[in-house]
Design a protein. Structure first.
Lengths: 273, 193
């Protein structure tokens, strides 16, 4: 008798679960390459699957259903409890840092190093800013910042004193429409401000004290007004109003000038393009 | 997200399985209501004790729930897959009971009695009809053939063990099994024709 015949004879026992596990595995392997055995398996399958229908129907107790569903709902509740905890563990900057592969390093020393770098950079920036005193073109020692604000009149409040913080205000021309921020756009016909520090103190009309007032002088040939802030008669705060011409919507440059001969810095904003 | 029970009730077994895999208790409840009765009946037929049959049924259904309902539709219906799980667990429980012989009636009438259900859905009616045919087929089997089938399927005995129990050659047991299953199969084929 061939191996196939042996396996073929065992098919009913296999389907009834009456083969040892090793015998069952061997038959499955054989059937993978034996169409006749596969056909026999397919043919007898309905007969075996019908056997449970031959048993007397018994009714399980309601407690079985209740126990089963209680266990199921407990699983669901437990999974729901685990999800927020997993989300907490998987999220956050701390977890991100912990997951960084730093070759054995921890992130805490790196934060100290980053702090040192920031301090050194700040000190270096300060020194560079103050080194304009020895330059032949001290008025141009400045930081330049691009802005996407529309062209027009700008102003800076410079406090002469222990702090030199500039507050920027935009001069406004006649309103045509409001931009996204709600501010009225500037008209583009201002003259370009020259980077000539010798023009100071600036010429021109004084405004009524409000930074926006300068913006009404469209087309004037004066490019900067220096005036006292109405709220500071002692002259500690000064308002610098500059004009620029540029196409509407073009970027502006903010130029901070520093006069080395004065003990406090002045800032003004100049139109770029 | 869980589906409402009335929606789940309209779904076929194969459509319920993905929902159970997603841990939908409503879908699982419908699944149990459909197959819990026959599963318990099968477990009780094998184990012969109500409490053991309930434990077996509960374990089988929980394993389906926790395994994410890994159902492969290429290997048969959800029902047959579920009942094969229940049977395997019941046989394992039977074998683990040391010194306790399986409950075998050896009375063919025990599985030939039909108990009509009060209300049958269309699917259940077809199933009931199939069961009646199978019962009829088994009723017509010679006793030695039905006996080896019952010892194997409901008793969990191997063909070698059956041969030893009945004191007949192994080849005889194999032949009786084949003849018995072929007759049942033939009866089912006639019923479908």
């Amino acid at each position: 008798m061939s191996d196939h015949d042996d396996f073929y004879e065992d098919i009913p026992a296999y389907m009834l679960g009456a083969l040892d596990p090793d015998e069952a595995r061997a038959l499955e392997l054989h059937a993978e390459s034996c169409e006749r055995c596969r056909h026999e398996l397919r043919w007898l399958t309905p007969a075996v699957r019908a056997l449970p229908d031959t048993v007397d129907r018994e009714t399980p107790s309601p407690q079985l259903r209740a126990r089963l569903m209680a266990e199921v709902r407990a699983d669901v509740a437990e999974a729901a409890d685990r999800e927020p905890a997993a989300a907490r563990e998987s999220g956050g900057f701390g977890e991100w840092l912990r997951r960084l592969n730093l070759g054995g390093l921890t992130w805490k020393p790196l934060t100290g190093l980053a702090a040192i770098i920031l301090i050194v950079a700040a000190f270096a920036g300060y020194e560079v800013g103050n080194s304009g005193g020895g330059s032949s073109t001290p008025n141009l020692q400045a930081s330049v910042t691009k802005s996407r604000e529309p062209s027009g009149l700008v102003a800076a409040v410079v406090r002469h004193g222990d702090r030199a913080e500039g507050t920027r205000a935009r001069g406004l021309g006649p309103a045509r429409r409001k931009d996204r921020t709600g501010a009225r756009p500037l008209r583009p016909r201002f003259q370009r401000q020259r980077d000539d520090s010798d023009r100071r103190p600036p010429r021109g009309r004084k405004s009524d004290g409000h930074p926006r007032a300068g913006g009404r002088h469209q087309g004037a040939d004066l490019d900067a007004d220096r005036q006292r802030s109405p709220g500071n008669l002692a002259g500690e705060n000064q308002v610098w109003v500059g004009r620029r011409e540029a196409d509407e919507g073009s970027a502006l440059k903010c130029v901070t000038r520093r006069r080395p001969t004065e003990d406090t810095p002045r800032r003004r904003f100049a139109g770029g393009y | 997200m869980t589906v409402r029970r009335e929606i789940a009730e309209r779904l076929a077994d194969e459509e319920l399985m993905p929902l159970i895999g997603d841990k939908d208790p409503e879908a699982f409840e419908v699944f149990y209501d459909r197959h819990g009765g026959v599963a318990y009946s099968l477990a009780y037929r094998i184990l012969g004790e109500r409490s053991a049959a309930e434990d077996c049924t509960q374990e089988a259904f929980i394993s389906i729930w926790r395994s994410g309902a890994r159902f492969d539709r290429t290997r048969g219906s959800v029902r047959s897959w579920t009942l094969s799980i229940v049977r395997n667990r019941a046989i394992d429980a039977l074998r683990s009971k040391a010194g306790k012989a399986p409950k075998l009636t050896f009375d063919d009438d025990a599985i030939l009695e039909s108990q009509p259900s009060a209300e049958l859905t269309e699917t259940e009616a077809m199933r009931h009809e199939t069961a009646t045919e199978v019962r009829g087929a088994i009723e017509q089997l010679p006793g030695d053939q039905s006996k080896v089938i019952e010892l194997a399927y409901f008793g969990g005995f191997s063909q070698s063990e059956i041969a030893g129990m009945l004191n007949v050659p192994l080849g005889t047991v194999k032949g009786r099994m084949r003849l018995g299953l072929e007759k049942i199969r033939g009866q089912l084929a006639e019923g479908l024709a």
